[in-house]
Design a protein around this ligand. Structure first.
Ligand SMILES: [Zn+2]
Length: 266
């Protein structure tokens, strides 16, 4: 299976070692992707990379890829190098990345920055952004339906990216999650179902015995676990176009990518 190379990725690596680019390798490997925006309207991929280079020894925050309407710039090895390196794009002590993926983002995630606003063509930048995220999934064998998380979800009190940047392009984070799957399907020829996923972590209490279904919001999917009444079950969000049960097609998705029907919990 090949991946459609719709765009080129330009390597303009930061000087290493430096505070922004330590040269340490991601460890154990690439397990997920954190979606960011630059928070700086009108600033291009090249602008951001050059700013990082100038301030490489005074600041440590970094990311692997910057995407605008003209370029996809890789400033820390992620896709085009044999060995992806660490970037510092999420605070280390935050718990949600470990909870969802089992690792700290800075150890196991590629950070991708969306450039927006000013003279940047939002449609072109957005297409490049979804493509490069899909390409990371392909390169590292990640499931595009469950390997992407926003900076906002990891750091909800401080960060509002990439929701904010996407909003300025007339798009939402939830739309991004769907568009990455569509792009992955288009570039690989696969046919991963595009469920309308809304990221909204929470938990519910089981009413009757609850079947946790393997990877699909459907009573046809294998049961991976049966949860007893009264137990608490947590979820990362929901889909509203799963199999309709008693007229209700909303299913919650857990941190393993499995599903349970919303009618089974309160
Ligand atoms: Zn961010």
């Amino acid at each position: 299976m090949a991946f459609k190379e719709k765009y080129t990725i330009t390597q303009v690596y930061l000087t290493s070692p430096s505070k922004r680019r330590s040269g340490l390798l991601l460890s154990p490997s690439v397990k997920f992707i954190v979606a960011h925006d630059t928070g700086n309207p009108g600033s291009t991929a090249r602008n951001n990379r050059n700013f990082y280079e100038r301030s490489r020894d005074t600041e440590s925050a970094s990311a692997h890829l910057f995407v605008d309407d003209k370029e996809i710039i890789e400033c820390i090895p992620a896709l085009t190098s044999a060995k992806p390196e660490k970037a510092w794009h999420v605070l280390n002590y935050l718990p949600t990345d470990n909870h969802l993926f089992g690792f700290n983002a800075n150890d196991a995630a590629i950070g991708v920055e969306y450039c927006y606003g000013g003279k940047i063509d939002a449609d072109k930048a957005y297409h490049k952004y979804t493509w490069v995220i899909a390409k990371i999934c392909y390169t590292y064998g990640l499931d595009p339906a469950k390997s992407i998380v926003s900076h906002h979800i990891l750091d909800p009190n401080r960060k509002f990216d990439p929701d904010n940047g996407l909003k300025q392009s007339g798009r939402s984070y939830n739309q991004l999650l769907l568009d990455v799957i569509s792009e992955f399907n288009d570039c690989t020829g696969e046919n991963i179902p595009v469920y309308n996923f809304t990221a909204q972590p929470g938990s519910g209490k089981v009413i009757h015995k609850l079947n946790i279904r393997k990877e699909k919001p459907s009573t046809q999917a294998d049961i991976v676990e049966i949860v007893s009444p009264g137990a608490s079950v947590s979820f990362t969000g929901f889909v509203d176009n799963g199999e309709s049960v008693n007229g209700n097609s909303k299913w919650f998705r857990d941190q393993n990518g499995n599903y349970f029907w919303s009618g089974g919990v309160v």
